[in-house]
Write a new protein. Sequence first.
Length: 339
Amino acid sequence: MRVLVIGAGAWGTALAVSAARDGHRRVSLWSRDVAQASEMRSLRQNRRYLQGMDLPVGLHIAHAGDGPLAALAQAQDLVVVGTPMAGLRSTLSALAGVRVPVVWLCKGFETAQPGAQGLLGHEIWAQIAPQHLPEARCGVLSGPSFAQEVARGQPTALVAASPHADVRDAMVRAFHGPSLRVYANDDMVGVEVGGAVKNVLAIATGLCDGLQLGLNARAALITRGLAEITRLGLALGARADTFMGLSGLGDLVLTATGDLSRNRKVGLLLAQGQTLQQAVDSLGHVAEGVYCARTVVQRARHLGVDMPIADAVVALLDGALRPDEAVGRLMGRDPAAEL
Ligand SMILES: NC(=O)c1ccc[n+]([C@@H]2O[C@H](COP(=O)([O-])OP(=O)(O)OC[C@H]3O[C@@H](n4cnc5c(N)ncnc54)[C@H](O)[C@@H]3O)[C@@H](O)[C@H]2O)c1
Ligand SMILES: O=P(O)(O)OC[C@H](O)CO
């Protein structure tokens, strides 16, 4: 099987490494940065994004200087976009017309532009791909997964979501292996909503832990956060049971509690008194929750969905509330029925 991973950040590299360990797959990792790709070719490491991890001998490194991305993509069995949300639209545009299933790894909503709604991956895809190729097919690979652990071969479970059975199968064939289980799900909307909104909630739990509000508070945030994810997902057309799965509860628990999470780290740093800019600058990697929190809240308001925790995160990121005021606002809400 021939697999192309576009975007040599932490996650794209980790999955390419994991897939390439199986000698039956021909895996290529593409970087837009020619200098980074050249270094990866010579050192067989991605020092910038996955320090200390050797790239398998069989992993082919490709870059923007090798020729048109669409031509390389056309020669594959599966194309995997590993950029952050901010790069998804431009990458899908570059791939328009390619007759190979395209899936992505990013977890977020597109940052909303003035006068427009920020979109999920499948919504961006619908604006671009079918105009060029009506039979174009897409999917998303998501679930609880820190890049470093996957690259090291530590046991991990992912979910491959697409409305198309052949795309789900292609993702399973590309990535399922001895240390990586890939489950299939046809609810792409639910899987995308879970992956996007958990990042916003992980900022909240990071803040909660940084302020030492306690374990009870963290459990409450995770549980009520899952209720917010589910409400928004249902309003967008997802199935409720998806949110009990890997891309819902699973990824929320991992990101909200795992100290490898960049989103959780943003919350921890804000609690220490850092500005948002200082927190983001210190990461060196993308924290999608920072960029999609406003979109989540806008989409929820548009649909009449109540998301008080996400609202508080936005107020905090915008500097409209201090951390202690955000806690006060959440705890001061009127009593409500749980379900
Ligand atoms: N790191 C993880 O553990 C992890 C796990 C699961 C999902 N994700 C998701 O995967 C996505 C990527 O995360 P990451 O951790 O790899 O980010 P990262 O910050 O480590 O790397 C981002 C990479 O994308 C590249 N890039 C940015 N815009 C691009 C564009 N327009 N075209 C091509 N390349 C572009 C950058 O040069 C960089 O190589 C995010 O949406 C993240 O939420 C990350
Ligand atoms: O480091 P984060 O917060 O971007 O989370 C990484 C993955 O999405 C966890 O599944």
